[in-house]
Design a protein around this ligand. Structure first.
Ligand SMILES: [Zn+2]
Length: 87
């Protein structure tokens, strides 16, 4: 049995794919206004009491159809958007 240390695994192609602009989730690619983006980022980061479904509903009101599951993924930073986009 060989135990490969984790950093011996070359994952650069995954990191490149992640860095690629086209791999942003729908929240990262939606052309929100600066005001909408500010509000959304604030709610995502600071209001855990507001569920993904409520956020998706508001986004729909802004005429962007984004699934609650996508909101959740983006919120938990499991998507591919760079952290800078969420500051
Ligand atoms: Zn995202």
């Amino acid at each position: 049995m060989t135990d490969e240390p984790l950093d011996a695994v070359d994952v650069s192609e995954f990191e490149e794919a992640r860095a690629h602009k086209g791999s942003l989730c729908s929240i990262g690619t939606t052309p929100f206004t600066a005001e909408q983006r500010t509000k959304l980022d604030f709610v995502l980061d600071h209001r855990p009491d507001i569920p993904h479904t409520a956020i998706a509903k508001v986004l729909k009101g802004w005429s962007y159809t984004i699934a609650a599951s996508t909101v959740g993924r983006h919120r938990k930073r499991q998507c591919t958007c760079p952290p800078a986009d969420r500051a």
